[in-house]
Every structure is written in structure tokens, then in C-alpha cells.
Design a protein around this ligand. Structure first.
Ligand SMILES: *Cc1c(COP(=O)(O)O)cnc(C)c1O
Length: 848
């Protein structure tokens, strides 16, 4: 008798890392689910929609967080540990339901309960909208850090903005990107709890009054910040931390100057203006846009958060909750503030304002406290991404903060003058206040001066900021500069998204890797275990089949599941060089066209990612890839040997679906431009091989797995610098390489846009004249390297062995390791594996 194929349901319930499913647990989940369907959703099963079932399940799971959440916060109040505050304008959380079930170990019980109720849990999980409060890597890093901070038992808080609209939904129309607003709160958010009782006032505009040596910020406009709390459960430890997101609320006395009915109506309507502060996430990745609304968002987050931090400090034991006057002497011992890029760097002048203007502390002492409290993470060296706010804007919106930033700069310039007398050029270079052109405040300089620690996000990036970007600052503050290589949470990015691979690994080495990812090294001795290699390949094949079915259904394209799944998914940016990938696609196409019977290793090349709505070149690149896909996918000579798929609306939940199905991960930025990358780590952890440059964390990935297990090509940072010195002349490469010339000419003459031959001329011209990212210089090396990738793919066992080495070497890239490093080397706190006692739970609290 043939073995019955295992259903997803069977697969998900068999292993204990997804929790145990005794009859009692299953029964409780079913009871609670039915109760929520009735009392919370107010539905019966005759009229329930799948969304009702999702919400009933979400509330059921949420109930299990409540006791743990309250107890964790009580525990922090009682033992009063040093608190860590992670401030970020972005938290790219994705979905919450499956992550909560995984971290609480109740996935099997829920799975079985839904099955018994005749529901498909995977279908319900699909209903949840992503919390897309981020653009890309920076926002997703913040989300991974929350998971790791809770798992490591840190008394940590995420602070951000509750945008009504997250990152836009990307639609493709005729190959062009269209943006639709992301109305993610439309059906309500079961994971958040509004806390209107903790609403705080935030001031803008006004002017500064000086009287007998002290400053007063007066005549301001006040807006309220209302907190919404979301639980952040640790994995298997009963810790539940808080992500607090602020929403803008107009005060009830907002604009009371009305004299007639019409003005009253207008005044009520104008409340929207104030509340627009938290309306929408700015959709820029690695680009600074100096808009007033964005500045207000940044200050709104910082001002609300610092009030909260200081309130909590004052009510704590060490803030002297019993005494009349708070001593701030211990502030930096009890509070660590991490700035996720310069976006929240107004925290530095805001903390100074509170300490000096409100608490009456003298400047020197306040400055010592501020520097000891704050730390700054740099995320990019691209000059167009560095925040430089016009002084005229700051003068209007935050006049007191501008004064304070001037004062900080004055004192810093005095320090430089004593250290380097007469070096006026150095003063000019290092001034927080830029005097050339429109006067601006350089926020990175401010953040470095106001922090005790400054870190890059991968070893190579941390070196570049010391030797290039912030060289002058490294010279005076060498002890401040650190590296903290990024990481990803293995819960979401392996256990949750790839249960098949998780099971294969757990069967071989147990399940400690879920919280000790370096345990994956224990797989290395099995590199020649053919049985294991076959199991890994089998899981990969199953994941590929599932994705192929999804693509068939969504795009009506039939892909060959035996082909190599070659993926580049990330924000569309010239520095990430999606164009070079596209050039490789066209090269393969041209080869097949000129030699249709050649031996060819079939590939399905998938590209996905959003372009900033105002980024012309990025949007044109999307259109080009789509046009190339159209030509390639519909050419009978090509058949199923080469397919190109543009994955629409790349986001966290889509990443979870596609990454487990990847054979090849494209990480091909110009060396020296990608600070770290974290997409690269997700692919490695899921057993894809990488083709990449020696950029960002790719460098450390190679160190961990050995150079034989990764496909490295192209110029190094040093070689890019040498080329710059010699002078980059794109035409040289164009003339030398016939395949490259053919691709360039096809783009220039409308081969992929016959209806509009000039459509892609800007791409040709940019590559031929001003390309900052040296695409033509790396093309040949890239294509040669891709040929080696194809060659290896023919030998599936040799390929699988390298996959195993990739998985085994991914331990360093757990965000648990990253957070452990931040904790010990920046925050001065100790990670623990202490498990808090579980609260006494009843499935049905109303029967207690
Ligand atoms: C991980 C992730 C990113 C970051 O990808 P990079 O390749 O490091 O730029 C961006 N977007 C989403 C949805 C992600 O999950």
C-alpha cells in the first residue's frame, strides 16, 4: 500500500518544538475559540466568515499572553532592573498570530483544535494583515530585536509610532509599480491595547523666552500622544515585553477660536491636521526627505517616549519613588536608550531640555547623563540617506531644540579647538551646523557627540564608518566606536516559516538551536550523511512545489519545480543592483536564443521589492524587469528553461513564504554600499546558497561557512577605491565584452519595449555615464560566477552538501547573539535564560 502523503496538518503537529497537544489543551482552545466567536465576534457558525474565525483564534491566543504580560511588568517593577529602550521610527512586525503560537508553544494545540472544528489554520493565518510599519531591513531588524530581547529576558521596551497606514501595498499594472494605501487597521487590531489614560502632551512651534539665565519654551501648540501597547512574548520563557506605539490625538481644546457654527465645524474638522502626525509611514528606504511632517513624527516619538521613560524612572526604586525630589545621578545606571539610526536622535536635545530646563540640572551634569544614556546605531554610509535638517525648519518647529543643538555644537567646537588649534578646516568638517548652502543640522554628527557608543551593523561597515564616513569623529572618540553585526530571529525565520526543515534539523541535533543557534554547528559532522542531505533536499523540493503552486495561481505562470529558484528580494535601489541581475537574465536569454540546443541549467529567477514612490530610476528598473519577464516567459524557444517572476508586494509575510523555497540568494550590492543586509542571513538559514559581493554581512557569512560554500565575485571595497582613483570609464567594459554590449544595446534600442523604443534609454545612459555603483565593472565577474553556480547545480548532492554547511554556519546571525552583544557591550545589562513562572491559567476566566 502506498504511503499516504503527509498533510500539512500532520506535519505541523508531530514535533514538540511547536508545543504539545494533549486532549486537555485542545479542548480548552476549542472552548475559548467558541466563546470568543460568540461573545467577542458576536457571531454563530452559520454566519461566520473566515475573518471571524481568524479573530476568534487571535483572541484565544491573546488570552494566553495576558497573565504573562501583567506578571512580567509587575516583576520588572519589583526588581527594578536597568531598562532598555529601543527607539525606532519603524517596526516591521509582519503577522503576530503564528509568531505568538510558536513562542508560547501552543501551535500544535491550536492546529489540532482548528482541525477538529473543521477549519484550516493556515487559511486563517493568511487572513491576518501584516503590521507593515517599516520599509525594509532597518524596520525588520527592530522587530527581530524585540523578539530576541524578550527571549533573553531583558527589561526592554520598543517605542515607535502607530501609523494608520504602513508601507504601501504594491500593485503592478502593465509592469509599472502602483501604490495603494495600506489600511491595516480596517478590521481592528486584536494584538494592541489602547491606553488613553497614559496620554501625554507634545509641544511644537512657539518661541523661547530667556529670564535670569534659564530658558522657557512658550506659546507652543500642543498635541497629545496616545499609547497603544502590543505584547512581545519571548520564546518559551513566560516573558512578555511591551512594544508601545504612539498615536496622535488632537486635544479637546484644539483651536477654540470659533465664533459661529461654520467655524466650529471647521475647528472639529481641523483636528485631523493635528492627528496627521501619525497618519502614514514615509516610504523611503535609505533616502532622506526633509519634510516638516517627518520632522514632527521624529520629535513626536522622542518627546512622548522620553516623558514615559522619565515617569517610569521617577516611580522606580532608584528614581526614589518615596522621596520628593528625584535624583538623576542614577539615571544612566537605570536607563539605556538605543537610537535606531538618527531618526530618533532628537532624543539627545530633548533629554537635555528636560534635564536643564525642567529639572533644573546644570548643563555639564545633564550632558554627562545624556551621553551615558544614549547610544546610536548607524545603518548606512550613502550620503543621500544621512539626515541633515534645515535650520530654518527647526527654528520654526522646535526653536528650543535648535538653541540646545547650537549650544552642544559650540561646546564641541571648543573641544576640537583645544585639541587641534588652528585647524579651521577640521572645525568646518566636524561642525554639527553645516554652513555651506542652506544651513543644516547634521544629525549623525549630533548623535555621535551625544552618545557613549556608536555602532555599525557589520564588521566591514563598522570599519568604513571609522575610516571614511566619520573618520574625524573616530579620531577624538575612538572608544565610542563599536561593531554589532546584525542578526535575525530564528523563531520567525526558521521555526515558523520552514517547519519541514526545522523538523529535519531537530531530528538530527535536538531543538536547543531554537534559542542557541550556534548549535547548528552540530550538523557539520553529517556533511557526508547522504540520508540527511536527501532529507534537506526533499524539504526544499516540497517548499518549491508549494511556491510553484502559489505562482501558478497568482501569476498564471507555470514554472519548472526542478529549475533553480534564484531570488533577489529587497527594496529596489540602484546600489543593490537589481539591474545587474536583470542583465544576467538577458544574457541567459540571448545565449538560449542564439544556441537553442545548448545544455542549460533551468532557472526560475524571481525578483521582488518596492521602490520609493518618488524614486524614478527604481520604478523604471521594475518596469524593465517586468518587460524582460514578458519577453522571456512567452518565447517558445525558451520553454520552461528560463522563467522570470516579479513577486508583487514583497513584505514580511511574503518573505516567510518564498525564502524557504530558494536555491540561490542574490546579494550583489556594490562593495561598500550595503551596511549589513539581513535578507542574506534569512536565505542562509533556510539552506539557500549565496551569490554575492564582499559587502555587508556577506563578508562574515563567508568567514563562518568557508569560501568554498559561497559564490563571491566582483570588486572588493579596496578595488572599488582603486577604480575610483584610476577613473571609472564604463565604455571600456562595454567595448570589451560582447555579451554585455548586446544587453546594453537591446536596452538602448527598445528590444524589451518595442512599442516605446526610448523607454529604457535613461537606464542605458545612467550606466554609461554616471553610474555610482559601477555595474559594468562587475558584470563579467558576476556572469562568470553565475556560470559556476549553474555548473554546481547539476550535481545535486554536492549542492546539498554546501546547503548543509550554510545552515550549520548561520549561528552567528541569530539576533539573540546580536542582542547579547548590545546588552553586554553597550547597555550594561546581562541577558538571562531565566524562565519566569507561568501564571495560573484557566481557559475560561469567566468561570473562575
Ligand atoms: C529581511 C527583509 C528585508 C531586508 O532585506 P535586505 O536584503 O537585507 O535588504 C526587507 N524587507 C523585508 C520584508 C524583509 O523581511
Amino acid at each position: 500500500m502506498a504511503a499516504k502523503p503527509q498533510s500539512d496538518h500532520d506535519k505541523r503537529k508531530q514535533i514538540s518544538i511547536r508545543g504539545i497537544a494533549p486532549v486537555e489543551n485542545v479542548g480548552n482552545v476549542k472552548k475559548s475559540f467558541n466563546r470568543h466567536l460568540h461573545y467577542t465576534l458576536v457571531k454563530d457558525r452559520n454566519v461566520s466568515t473566515p475573518r471571524d474565525y481568524y479573530f476568534a483564534l487571535a483572541h484565544t491566543v491573546r488570552d494566553h499572553l495576558v497573565g504573562r504580560w501583567i506578571r512580567t511588568q509587575q516583576y520588572y517593577y519589583e526588581i527594578d532592573p536597568k531598562r532598555v529602550y529601543y527607539l525606532s521610527l519603524e517596526f516591521y512586525m509582519g503577522r503576530t498570530l503564528s509568531n505568538t503560537m510558536v513562542n508560547l508553544g501552543m501551535q500544535s494545540a491550536c492546529d489540532e483544535a482548528m482541525y477538529q472544528l473543521g477549519l484550516d489554520i493556515e487559511e486563517l493565518e493568511e487572513i491576518e494583515l501584516d503590521a507593515g510599519l517599516g520599509n525594509g531591513g532597518l524596520g525588520r531588524l527592530a522587530a527581530c530585536f524585540l523578539d530576541s530581547m524578550a527571549t533573553l529576558g531583558l527589561a526592554a521596551y520598543g517605542y515607535g509610532i502607530r501609523y494608520d497606514y504602513g508601507i504601501f501595498t504594491q500593485k503592478l499594472e502593465n509592469g509599472w509599480q502602483l501604490e495603494e494605501p495600506d489600511d491595516w487597521l480596517r478590521y481592528g487590531n486584536p494584538w494592541e491595547k489602547a491606553r488613553p489614560e497614559y496620554m501625554l502632551p507634545i509641544n511644537f512651534f512657539g518661541r523661547v523666552e530667556h529670564q535670569d539665565g534659564s530658558a522657557k519654551w512658550v506659546d507652543t501648540q500642543t498635541i497629545f500622544a496616545m499609547p497603544y501597547d502590543s505584547p512581545v512574548p519571548g520564546y518559551g520563557n513566560n516573558t512578555v515585553n511591551t512594544l508601545r506605539l504612539w498615536s496622535a490625538k488632537a486635544p479637546n481644546n484644539f483651536d477654540l477660536r470659533f465664533f459661529n457654527n461654520g467655524e466650529y465645524i471647521q475647528a472639529v474638522c481641523d483636528r485631523n491636521l493635528a492627528e496627521n502626525i501619525s497618519r502614514v509611514l514615509y516610504p523611503n528606504d535609505n533616502i532622506f526627505e526633509g519634510k516638516e511632517l517627518r520632522l514632527k513624527q521624529e520629535y513626536f516619538l522622542v518627546a512622548a517616549t522620553l516623558q514615559d521613560i522619565i515617569r517610569r524612572f521617577k516611580s522606580s526604586r532608584f528614581g526614589c519613588r518615596d522621596s520628593v525630589r528625584t535624583s538623576f545621578d542614577t539615571f544612566a545606571d537605570k536607563v539605556a536608550i538605543q537610537l535606531n539610526d538618527t531618526h530618533p536622535s532628537l532624543a539627545i536635545p530633548e533629554l537635555m531640555r528636560i534635564l536643564v530646563d525642567i529639572e533644573g540640572i546644570d548643563w555639564e551634569k545633564a550632558w554627562t547623563i545624556t551621553v551615558a544614556t544614549c547610544a546610536y546605531t548607524n545603518h548606512t554610509v550613502l550620503p543621500e540617506a544621512l539626515e541633515r535638517w534645515p535650520v530654518s525648519l527647526l527654528q520654526r518647529v522646535l526653536p528650543r531644540h535648535l538653541d540646545i543643538m547650537y549650544e552642544i555644537n559650540q561646546r564641541f567646537m571648543d573641544l576640537i579647538r583645544t585639541k587641534y588649534p588652528g585647524d579651521n578646516d577640521r572645525l568646518r568638517r566636524m561642525s554639527v551646523v553645516e554652513e555651506e548652502g542652506e544651513k543644516r543640522i547634521n544629525m549623525a554628527f549630533l548623535a555621535i557627540i551625544g552618545s557613549h557608543a556608536v555602532n555599525g551593523v557589520a564588521a566591514i561597515h563598522s570599519e568604513i564608518i571609522k575610516t571614511h564616513t566619520f573618520k574625524d569623529f573616530y579620531e577624538i572618540f575612538p572608544e565610542r566606536f563599536q561593531n554589532k553585526t546584525n542578526g535575525i530571529t530564528p523563531r520567525r525565520w526558521l521555526l515558523l516559516c520552514n517547519p519541514g526543515l526545522s523538523d529535519v534539523i531537530a531530528e538530527k541535533i535536538g531543538e536547543n538551536w531554537v534559542t542557541q543557534l550556534s548549535e547548528l554547528r552540530k550538523l557539520e559532522p553529517f556533511a557526508n550523511d547522504e540520508n540527511l542531505l536527501r532529507q534537506i533536499m526533499k524539504v526544499k523540493q516540497e517548499n518549491k512545489m508549494k511556491l510553484a503552486a502559489h505562482i501558478q495561481q497568482k501569476y498564471n505562470v507555470t514554472i519548472n519545480p526542478a529549475s533553480m529558484f534564484d531570488m533577489q528580494v529587497k527594496r529596489i535601489h540602484e546600489y543593490k543592483r537589481q539591474l545587474m541581475n536583470c542583465f544576467h537574465i538577458i544574457t541567459l536569454y540571448n545565449r538560449l536564443k542564439s544556441n537553442p540546443t545548448m545544455t542549460f541549467v533551468p532557472r526560475t529567477i524571481m525578483v521582488g521589492g518596492k521602490a520609493a514612490p518618488g524614486y524614478y530610476m527604481a520604478k523604471l528598473i521594475i518596469k524593465l524587469i517586468n518587460n524582460v519577464a514578458n519577453v522571456v516567459n512567452n518565447d517558445p524557444i525558451i520553454g520552461d528553461r528560463l522563467k522570470v517572476i516579479y513577486l508583487e508586494n514583497y513584505r514580511v509575510s511574503l518573505a516567510e513564504k518564498i525564502i524557504p523555497a530558494a536555491d540561490l540568494s542574490e546579494q550583489i550590492s556594490m562593495a561598500g554600499t550595503e551596511a549589513s543586509g539581513t535578507g542574506n542571513m534569512k536565505f542562509q538559514l533556510n539552506g539557500a546558497l549565496t551569490i554575492g559581493t564582499l559587502d555587508g554581512a556577506n563578508v562574515e557569512m563567508r568567514e563562518e561557512m568557508g569560501a568554498d560554500n559561497i559564490f563571491i565575485f566582483g570588486m572588493t571595497v579596496e578595488e572599488v577605491e582603486e577604480l575610483d582613483k584610476r577613473g571609472y570609464v564604463p565604455r571600456v567594459y562595454y567595448e570589451k565584452n560582447a555579451e554585455l554590449r548586446q544587453v546594453m544595446d537591446q536596452i538602448n534600442t527598445g528590444y524589451f519595449s518595442p512599442e516605446n523604443p526610448d523607454l529604457f534609454k535613461d537606464i542605458f545612459n545612467s550606466l554609461m555615464h554616471t553610474d555610482r555603483f559601477r555595474l559594468l565593472a562587475d558584470y563579467e565577474s558576476y556572469v562568470e560566477c553565475q556560470d559556476k553556480v549553474s555548473e554546481l547545480f547539476k550535481d545535486q548532492m554536492a549542492w546539498a552538501k554546501k546547503c548543509l554547511y550554510n545552515i550549520a554556519a548561520s549561528g552567528k546571525f541569530s539576533s539573540d547573539r546580536t542582542i547579547g552583544d548590545y546588552a553586554r557591550e553597550i547597555w550594561g545589562v546581562e541577558p538571562t535564560d531565566i524562565k519566569l513562572p507561568a501564571p495560573h491559567e484557566k481557559a475560561d476566566p469567566d468561570t473562575v
